[in-house]
Design a protein around this ligand. Structure first.
Ligand SMILES: *[C@@H]1O[C@H](CO)[C@@H](O)[C@H](O)[C@H]1NC(C)=O
Ligand SMILES: *[C@@H]1O[C@H](CO)[C@@H](O)[C@H](O)[C@H]1NC(C)=O
Ligand SMILES: *[C@@H]1O[C@H](CO)[C@@H](O)[C@H](O)[C@H]1NC(C)=O
Ligand SMILES: *[C@H]1O[C@@H](CO)[C@H](O)[C@@H](O)[C@@H]1NC(C)=O
Length: 569
């Protein structure tokens, strides 16, 4: 399959070589070094400055040697069309001679952006460095200067120098001190180590970690405030900038989110809770599982994400990275690997029990040809094709109504901890009572290849309903080497009340990114069809449950291709 057939809208292309395994521990794999290949790593560090969104991401321009990891740099005015600039930060000093790794941007009160990143020094120690723009009048911020006083944070005081990385965006407390977190671990315990500074230059480690958990190394921590519904002046979907926390009134009407990327599971988990500047401790709210059974941003392939506050539209935007699920030779052939998911707006649900995510509204400018289906009943065992448009690169919004929930299968409470296992057991081909129903995307005409995005509704012995959302790519293609697990999460909706469930799916050749229940549960998967490509990719609604469903509305748009990281002239 050629590059044109698979190149996703949101690029971050270039070839990948075992990034995952290597990055996790910063081991150099000598057998990979001789391959002529380029490498991308996951983390993106977005920010906004003087009319441009900046996206920094990790990339090795010279090959698979870890010492060359740089911060590549792209800019956009609208989060849709992207222009690639020269790398912003690359190894040039002893404190980053073996690589410029993940980190974050912080826009200081003066308006000056600062980049805080992990450098690998000559002893292979992970240290934290700062860089500033060379020319503040240049909106592209092409050149960055690393002050000679780097590293600003060294792994001393018992911190493991091989597990000490990914500084967060810094925030400023009422006591006039900056704070930031660095991911780390001690034995099996993952840590967010807290540092404080008056001047962004001299950083002092707090006596206690900001938060910790028995879940292995914490990578790419992210910590940020979210507005609470009904509180005071702001709309709860509005983002809150960490800079606003200096205002006590603002600080009193927010909750906080701590997200960590768990190196052991390669998934991301978050809790919502409270944070006290005086004690500098974060406490998840009761009811949040503070471990790897907890809530995830995305129940599919989505890792090392980072959020930022967008001052233009006053919202918090989340960027995540999705790796490839095919093989290294495939990636070498297509010439790229690893993509940036479509940016998502993120906010706290009105009840405060979870975050909601939704593709940024800008994506609508890419919408082209539109087709729709209304009030169409799909009986058990039936399916219908959505025709009249090209679905291979498309945006599909649908709502399904279930008249009769009484037949829903009984839910075993033991399933609650592992929706993925449940989905594996009850995949899209296993007939049920209420569901499976949903979409077959990237399907060929005779339905040999297809990826199912679907729901199943269960009933507990106390007559509550449980909605499972699944992504089943097991029939997306039939190459044995391709990684295609089923992914799943529960959707926290009161389906007995609404009798309806909504699904939005963005399809992009090899990317299927779905938002269930209005963004309550998200699943991104990578699939590599052989037949269902280009104009041969079809879209269907299916129902393999006994209970009939009604597609009350389905709107689908072809999506145009944006400018994907075109080099600057
Ligand atoms: C700084 O950037 C501005 C805007 O791009 C440019 O006009 C100016 O020449 C730059 N200054 C230096 C010293 O490079
Ligand atoms: C430090 O971290 C490295 C990398 O994860 C690990 O291999 C090593 O065992 C850790 N050392 C200690 C003393 O915990
Ligand atoms: C429902 O199931 C749970 C777990 O199997 C059990 O503990 C509970 O007693 C049951 N409740 C009723 C009302 O049957
Ligand atoms: C993406 O690739 C698959 C297949 O190689 C791995 O199993 C995943 O762990 C990996 N995901 C991440 C986040 O690295």
């Amino acid at each position: 399959m050629g590059m044109a057939a698979t190149a996703p809208l949101f690029w971050v292309a270039l070839l990948l070589l075992g990034t995952t395994a290597v990055r996790a521990s910063h081991i150099v794999y000598p057998e990979l070094q001789s391959l002529e290949a380029e490498q991308v790593d996951e983390t993106s560090r977005p920010m906004y400055y003087k009319g441009l969104y900046h996206l920094f991401y990790q990339y090795n321009p010279k090959g698979a040697v870890w010492g060359n990891i740089v911060w590549a740099h792209s800019v956009s005015t609208d989060l849709i069309d992207w222009t690639a600039l020269d790398p912003a930060v690359y190894p040039s000093k002893p404190f980053d001679v073996n690589g410029c790794w993940s980190g974050s941007a912080t826009v200081l009160p003066s308006g000056v952006p600062a980049l805080m990143y992990t450098g690998i020094d000559p002893n292979k120690h992970q240290v934290q460095n700062v860089a500033y723009p060379k020319n503040l009048s240049d909106p592209f911020l092409r050149e960055w200067v690393k002050p000679g006083y780097n590293p600003v944070i060294a792994p001393d005081g018992g911190v493991n120098a091989s597990a000490f990385r990914d500084p967060t965006t810094a925030w400023y407390g009422p006591d006039g001190h900056w704070r930031l977190l660095v991911g780390s671990k001690v034995d099996h315990k993952g840590l967010a180590v807290l540092y404080r500074s008056r001047d962004f230059k001299r950083w002092v480690r707090a006596h206690h970690p900001f938060h910790s958990g028995l879940t292995g190394m914490w990578e790419c921590p992210d910590f940020f405030p979210v507005a609470v519904a009904g509180a005071g002046r702001r709309h709860h979907r509005r983002g809150v900038d960490t800079a606003e926390l200096r205002d006590k009134a603002v600080a009193e009407e927010v909750k906080y989110v701590l997200k960590v990327s768990l190196d052991l599971t390669r998934y991301e988990y978050y809790t919502v809770g409270t944070y006290d500047h005086a004690t500098d401790r974060y406490n998840p709210d009761a009811g949040f599982q503070d471990n790897d059974y907890g809530l995830r941003y995305d129940y599919g392939d989505f890792y090392a994400s980072k959020s930022f506050y967008d001052p233009v539209k006053r919202r918090r935007i989340l960027w995540g990275w999705a790796n490839e699920s095919d093989t290294v030779p495939d990636d070498r052939k297509k010439g790229w690997a690893g993509i940036q998911a479509i940016p998502r707006k993120l906010w706290l649900s009105p009840g405060g029990r979870q975050l909601i995510q939704w593709p940024v509204e800008e994506i609508k400018v890419l919408r082209g040809k539109h087709v729709s289906v209304t009030d169409k009943v799909v009986k058990g065992g039936e399916y219908l094709e959505v025709t009249g448009f090209k679905s291979v690169q498309s945006d599909v919004e649908a709502a399904f109504e279930i008249k009769d929930l009484s037949k829903a299968e009984e839910f075993n409470p033991a399933w609650l901890t592992d929706p993925q296992a449940l989905c594996k057991k009850r995949g899209s081909a296993v007939n049920g009572e209420v569901g499976p129903f949903g979409l077959w995307v990237l399907a060929d005409a005779d339905l040999t290849e297809r990826t199912a995005v679907f729901f199943r509704v269960f009933r507990t012995n106390t007559s509550k309903h449980v909605v499972l959302m699944c992504n089943d790519p097991t029939r997306s293609s039939f190459e044995s080497q391709i990684y295609r697990p089923t992914f799943a999460g529960f959707v926290n909706v009161d389906i007995a009340k609404t009798k309806k469930i909504a699904l939005r799916t963005l399809i992009d050749h090899s990317v299927v990114e779905s938002f269930g229940g209005g963004g309550r549960t998200c699943i991104l998967t990578r699939v590599y069809p052989k037949k269902a490509i280009g104009d041969a990719a079809h879209l269907f609604v299916f129902n393999h449950g006994e209970a009939e469903i009604k597609v009350t509305n389905l709107d689908a748009w072809e999506l145009k291709t944006p400018k994907m990281n075109v080099p600057q002239q």
